[in-house]
Design a protein around this ligand. Structure first.
Ligand code: GRF
Length: 202
């Protein structure tokens, strides 16, 4: 079995990254984590990746100022240098322009802590509670130029229970994230994902 070479892009603690690294340790997992890139030099996830002997790179957006294209070209250079085939965004807090997204269409996925298309953007747990929702959850989707849109691969609901707080909800959604992200990457690596979202249903 040839494993797909995967890069994970992070900005912070990297718990989803860690879940992907764990899953990829299985002998029959169709992807290997070949690179972790952070746009923040202080991201806690970097040390975690290094402890697993995974190559890491920092592409610090601050160095590029407002020149988004130069930042993204630097990302693309790293991805090419490591012969990356698939990209997972995992708490990566920079918006990507069509320039990069189009290059990776059908080969780049993201995890979002809500049941898309509900609650795109930030603060999803707080907003779901404020809206009085009965269910919340997590979604893995292919990345498209519009943020938190793009064909949905997997999602799983989390019921909102009495006495729920942002913290309790976030913790239960995170457990779901850690389960469905490795499953979605597996589908992508096996070529069972259609770039237009068709045939991505169970
Ligand atoms: C996760 O909730 C993810 O869904 C969101 O940002 C958070 C990142 O957490 N996009 P971690 O860095 O993977 O722990």
């Amino acid at each position: 079995m040839t494993r797909k070479r995967v890069a994970i892009l992070i900005s912070g603690r990297g718990s989803n990254m860690a879940a992907l690294i764990e899953a990829a340790k299985a002998a029959d997992y169709p992807a290997e984590i070949a690179l972790v890139i952070s746009n923040r030099p202080d991201a806690a996830g970097l040390a975690r990746a290094q402890a697993e002997k995974i190559p890491t790179a920092v592409v610090d957006h601050k160095i590029y100022g407002k020149d988004r294209e130069a930042f993204e070209r630097a990302l693309q250079d790293e991805l090419e240098a490591h012969r990356i085939e698939l990209v997972c965004l995992a708490g990566f807090m920079r918006l990507l322009s069509p320039w990069l997204v189009e290059r990776w269409r059908g080969r780049m996925i993201n995890i979002h802590p809500a049941l898309l298309p509900a609650f795109k953007g930030l603060d999803t747990h707080r907003r779901a509670l404020a809206a009085g929702a009965n269910v919340h959850g997590a979604t893995v989707h292919l990345v498209a130029p519009d943020v938190d849109s793009g064909p949905i691969l997997l999602q799983e609901a989390v019921p909102i229970v009495a006495g729920e707080t942002e913290e309790t909800l976030a913790a239960r959604v995170l457990e779901v994230e850690h389960r469905i992200y490795p499953q979605a990457l597996k589908l992508l690596a096996l070529g069972r994902v259609a770039a237009d979202g068709s045939a991505n249903k169970k």
